[in-house]
Design a protein. Sequence first.
Length: 279
Amino acid sequence: MAITAAEVNKLRQMTGAGMMDCKKALEESNGDYEKATEIIRKKGQLVAAKRADREATEGVVLANVSADATFGALTVVCSETDFVAKNEQFIQFAKSINDLAIAQKPSNIDAIKQLKLNNLTVSEALLEKVGVIGEKIDLVIYNKIEAAQVIPYIHPGNKLATLVGFNKKLNDPQIGKDIAMQVAAMSPVAVDKDVVPAEVVAKEKEIATEQTRLDKKNEGKPANIIEKIAEGRLEKFFKDSTLLNQEFIKDSKVTVRQYLQNIDKDLKVTGFVRYTLNA
């Protein structure tokens, strides 16, 4: 049957697929829009299979919170090229997944992919985007935080985002944003030294001990002295790499802990998440 330009355009508006893809799908389905949409989706699955071995190293990192700011979601939707990642439609698509995560509070990334986004599951919507865009597209990261107040931060360019949880509501949201930006800039490994994972502590102690032994100025020193020097290096790691012990980026004369205590002695950071692309 003859397919008109208006029919092709209608399907294009429905699916976002290219004009020729829409025309071929309508011809194959004899003008049935539902079947044509399914054909385009299946094409997306075919493209996805072909692209399965490609690296999706670009994309969009987003973080946002619920209306009451007690739940935050950080999501990463990846693409193969920065050109796609900067496309406004792609950004809005990634935002719709983040919004869905905030609304539904899924337990993990697999649970998000089963949620309905308009008339499709997130998994189906991702496959549809593969067919439209022609690149490997996937939701690769989902992290969440629940707290009395959660503050999000997205660095300009959508390549880096953070969420920080606090034990109480903040009188001034800028306080939370300052800490979220601290996490973004300084990439701490934990909130405080006592919650650094044991395997990280063990590895850093091993590195500190080896560095101390290899330092020529320590040649001939007894093992107990080497151990003390290594412990000092480990303490520096805690200072540089745990949020509350880092120098505050807006005032290096105080640590993040001191900055928070100067505002409210009962104010605590309950947790944070951070993710960056192309790190």
